[in-house]
Ligand binder design. Sequence first.
Ligand code: SF4
Length: 135
Amino acid sequence: MTDAARPAGTPERMCPSTPASNATVFLGMITPAGRVAYVTPAVPAEVALAGLGDSDEPIESRARLAGPCVTSSCGFWTGSHCGLGARMAASYAETAPPAEETLPKCAIRRTCRWFAEQGPAACPACAHVVTDARL
Ligand code: SF4
């Protein structure tokens, strides 16, 4: 949904796995074990990125970033929802959705696109996602 089409009072949806070029919020670092170490409260992406320094590795392989959902400008957008978020939730379809108090302490839950569409079922897989900066 574009900002123009968003009903008044509806929060802008945030993509929890966005390239640095679209990032507004730093979600956390990716640990050597490949999991996201979430940071709360929210840290502006530009502040975090400035502190990460230079590396041969793309920033997206070292950190998870969030930014405004770009809907139809993203390859994962199905026309009505985020297909990646749906895939995340489906990967845990065999298990019961996690209890709220066990969810990762991320900074964007209130506006997260995946959480809004999939609920808590999206969150367990979220920590394993490494953003593909080419999307
Ligand atoms: S942990 Fe859940 S609410 Fe937080 S960014 Fe990931 S999918 Fe969204």
